[in-house]
Design a protein around this ligand. Structure first.
Ligand code: ATP
Ligand code: MG
Ligand code: MG
Ligand code: MG
Length: 481
């Protein structure tokens, strides 16, 4: 079953169950405090928090998501993309736990001929809150899940809230047992959700309580909400990889064609065994990041030095570098982007009409980065050589800063490149140098504004540096290594 069909089946099912079908919102959330849309519930927050009245009692969507916190997982786990699609059904004061569990079960285990996904009920495991007697009851008595397959977790482990006073509640998360070839069987009542065998596919969030002030997971529950809500998130790619019988989400029909093109370009063979394991990770990273860049630019993000633009820049740069590490030195985006576009346009048709613009933005960024790499890599090699000759094997913070400041090498690139050659980077030293630069910029701005040098700032700078180095303006910093 193609990923685009998993997507449409999800919506068709909930449409039949009297849900309003709401199109995906942009990846760029309208809430400026949120960098990207990270979950299906983001566009519905006002209805869940209760600041606005929902226009419908039930809704469903398949939401485009970006999660930057998963960037280091990409290609290494079977299940994390920086871009992915989340199916969600929502109830605003309508059905609650029993309704949500019934719907999820019916869709996941319903026969393919009748619009379901045909998963085997016996392979389902569910994590719930230890005090959620209602879910336990519905799951065991009504649905018939083996109590051994129900894992009870603490509030710290399985509660959701926005982090603010407002709604909070437990989740029930569905995990699918991929089978003994992926690891040992869990003992009854326990599960390793980070392992390969039990794949988390669907999270049902029960917004049940009102929470008070508190930090992190430490907050009081003040009572039950007047209007309870259901918010769920199903990983479309995760389901697709199960249904397609693939080993991970990067091998599905919407992602693998880019890996395939990248193997042709680089001459590397994907899945070639242990020796090529790092290359396999790189190929997956390329495919993931190309797709995320495509979708982000499609939603209007442009490369830049901060916020959303920086995330995009980093994704493009990592894809380009991964291709270089795989041995391909020519511009790769003109080769890879159209492949990603062709598969993604099956669901997102505007990518087709918008492609000339998208491609221009991404290819221009690649060209600029290739120029940066050409000059910066030579400098990095010198710096790394110097660091290697010391016993500590540490790239000095000042050097990392110079690479950043003079050669446009972002710190994460320096970190990555250092790691590849077995070096560490003095990150504290780098941060100190950055802070000093910020202070200098501020001092310059203050001097401009007032027409004279703001000595207070210079003084604090000197104090911060322990007065060991006189403030010279750092013009000598830019000298070549
Ligand atoms: P995990 O524990 O695997 O990182 P999660 O608990 O962070 O997942 P949720 O926040 O519960 O994920 O999101 C709901 C669903 O979205 C998950 O059950 C999963 O199916 C899917 N999902 C979450 N993160 C990703 C991702 N990075 N790539 C693909 N699918 C994802
Ligand atoms: Mg996660
Ligand atoms: Mg999880
Ligand atoms: Mg989860």
């Amino acid at each position: 079953m193609r990923t685009s069909e998993v997507h449409s089946r999800f919506l068709d099912f909930f449409e039949k169950k009297a849900h309003e079908i709401v199109p995906s919102a942009s990846l760029v959330s309208s809430d400026p405090s949120i960098l990207f849309t990270v979950a299906g519930m983001v566009p519905f927050i006002p209805y869940i928090v209760g600041t606005e009245r929902a226009p419908w009692p039930r809704a469903a969507s398949v939401q485009k998501c970006i999660r930057t916190n998963d960037i280091d997982n990409v290609g290494r786990t079977t299940r994390h993309g920086t871009f992915f699609q989340m199916g969600g059904n929502f109830s605003f004061g309508d059905y609650f736990k029993e309704g949500a569990i019934d719907l999820a079960w019916e869709l996941m285990t319903g026969s393919v001929d009748e619009g379901g996904f045909g998963l085997e009920g016996d392979r389902m495991w569910v994590t719930i809150w230890e005090q959620d007697a209602e879910s336990y009851d519905v799951l065991t008595r009504k649905i018939g899940i083996d109590p051994q397959h129900i894992v009870k977790l603490t509030r710290e482990e399985i509660f959701w809230s926005t982090g603010q006073p407002g709604p909070a509640g437990p989740c029930a998360e569905w995990h699918y047992d991929r089978g003994p070839e992926f690891g040992p069987e869990a003992a009854g009542g326990t599960i390793d959700p980070g392992g390969d065998r039990y794949l988390e596919i669907w999270n049902l969030v029960f917004d049940e309580f009102l929470r008070g002030e508190g930090s992190g997971k430490d907050y009081p529950l003040l009572g039950e909400l007047e209007q309870k809500a259901i918010d769920t998130g199903l990983g479309i790619e995760r389901l697709a990889y199960l249904l397609q019988g693939k080993a991970n989400m990067y091998e599905t029909d919407q992602v693998f064609p880019v890996i395939d093109r990248a193997q042709q370009l680089t001459g590397k063979r994907y899945g070639g065994g242990d020796a090529g394991a790092e290359d396999d990770v790189r190929l997956r990273v390329v495919a993931d990041h190309v797709r995320s860049a495509l979708m982000l630019v499609g939603d209007g993000v442009r490369p830049g030095n901060e916020g959303r633009g920086y995330v995009l820049r980093r994704l493009i740069r990592r894809a380009v570098r991964s291709m270089r590490l795989l041995g391909y030195d020519k511009p790769s985006m003109p080769e890879l982007l159209p492949v990603s576009k062709d598969v993604m346009a099956q669901t997102y048709s505007s990518l087709e009409t918008d492609f000339a613009r998208i491609s221009d933005v991404i290819c221009t960024e690649e060209d600029a980065f290739r120029r940066t790499l050409e000059t910066g890599t030579a400098i990095f090699d010198q710096v790394a050589g110097a660091a290697k000759s010391t016993s500590a094997g540490v790239v000095a913070g000042e050097d990392a800063f110079r690479l950043h400041d003079t050669y446009g090498f972002p710190i994460d690139l320096t970190l990555e490149m250092a790691q590849e050659v077995g070096l560490r980077v003095d990150e504290d030293g780098f941060r100190t140098a950055m802070a000093e630069q910020r202070d200098r910029a501020r001092a310059d701005a203050a001097a401009k504004k007032t027409g004279h040098t703001d000595t207070a700032l210079y003084n604090s700078l000197l104090t911060a540096r322990g007065q060991s180095v006189p403030f010279l303006g750092y013009t000598d910093d830019t000298a070549a290594v």
